[in-house]
Design a protein around this ligand. Structure first.
Ligand code: ADP
Ligand code: MG
Length: 340
């Protein structure tokens, strides 16, 4: 029985930008709005053209388009229609959704099946999907009932479209779509000829150039605690994306046990280990977003092994008996400048 239901709404801003300092010389424009159930923020340094007309409208339009394609919260989106489709004949998808599915499948393979965009039925069962709150923690029988249509082997990209091997297969791109959105907004910034900007959706961030005073953008990695928002590290990452995944924001508690919104496809249950925060730096926000989740599900030892094998820029924090322990991969140390 659920004795305590705690669902924190502070999923966003795992990363936030440290307020610009007084010596800023050039004007910085801040555009913001709502998308994908969270907020977005875009900043750019104004050049001799001044503020750019129509930029906000172009960003908003693209975000609406992406939602119309990939949101599982919109029952009429392309992805929702694919999920409602009960056949095993390939379903033709837009080039955009195909790109995201393809990258998710690549990262799924890289992470030995841990990043799994077919876990949706399990996510929903555990109360983190569009249907939200579960009546009670699901039992073994309920988990086993959805198993036949969960797993990356149930999904194949063919030239004709995306193919389910079981009519009930359900695809959830939540773990990678925000990152894709960030990359798309960055492309719009580039199209407008901007080269000093920051783009962020719900904590997924990508930066380029400088922040108006000739210095790189500063990014704060949050401490993995729920009681307050405190800074673990302040970093600059060059021209790159940075993503953070952690079990300390989005979870609920039943009888003192914490249930994360991340599901380990190997067990069918929310992750329970002590790896509480994962940060990934990568040129692609979509890749960083997916990898951050994959490493979180993997856990400390496996994450370190994969980060070193694949030479990925990864920063981990785990809970220990007397506090927290950090790990930075060699690539992270080579890519990121720590400011504090
Ligand atoms: P985080 O930032 O904590 O990594 P994301 O928002 O990127 O979280 O992704 C979490 C969402 O991904 C969950 O709400 C769920 O819909 C989905 N998800 C949960 N477990 C997995 C998994 N093992 N692989 C892929 N997606 C998952
Ligand atoms: Mg993610």
């Amino acid at each position: 029985m659920i004795t305590q239901y705690l669902r924190l709404t502070l999923v966003v801003f795992v990363l936030f930008v440290v307020a610009g300092c007084a010596k800023e010389s050039k004007q910085v424009v801040h555009l913001h709005g709502e998308t994908m159930g969270t907020t977005y923020n875009v900043k750019y340094v104004v050049d001799d053209r001044g503020q750019i007309d129509g930029l906000k409208a172009a960003l908003d339009k693209r975000l609406v388009e992406i939602n119309k394609l990939m949101s599982t919260y919109d029952p009429t989106s392309e992805l929702s229609r694919f999920n409602q489709y009960r056949f095993t004949k390939p379903y033709p998808l837009s080039p955009e959704t195909t790109t995201v599915v393809k990258e998710a499948l690549r990262l799924g393979e890289l992470s030995h099946g841990v990043l799994d965009i077919t876990v949706g039925p399990l996510v929903n069962l555990w109360g983190f999907g569009p249907n939200k709150r579960p009546e009670k923690v699901p039992d073994e029988a309920q988990i086993n009932a959805v198993r036949p249509y969960v797993g990356l082997d149930k999904l194949t990209l063919t030239p004709q479209g995306l193919k389910k091997s079981h009519p009930m297969v359900y695809v959830d791109l939540s773990t990678i779509a925000k990152g894709y959105g960030v990359d798309e907004l960055a492309t719009i910034m580039e199209d407008y000829g901007l080269s000093n900007y920051l783009v962020e959706i719900g904590g997924e961030m990508r930066v380029k150039g400088e922040r108006g005073n000739g210095e790189e953008w500063l990014i704060a990695i949050e401490k993995p605690i729920t009681t307050e928002r405190a800074v673990e590290k302040i970093v600059s990452v060059g021209t790159n994306a940075i993503a953070t995944s952690g079990d300390y924001r989005n979870y609920y508690e039943v009888d003192g046990k914490r249930y994360s919104h991340l599901i380990d496809p190997r067990t069918g249950s929310p992750i329970t280990h002590n790896l509480v925060s994962v940060t990934v730096v990568h040129p692609s926000s979509m890749t960083a977003d997916g990898l951050a989740t994959a490493f979180t599900v993997m856990g400390w030892d496996e994450a370190i092994k994969l980060a070193e094998k694949e030479d990925l820029a990864v920063f981990l924090i785990r809970r220990t008996s007397d506090g927290f322990e950090e790990y930075a991969s060699p690539r992270f140390n080579a890519t990121v400048t720590v400011k504090n």
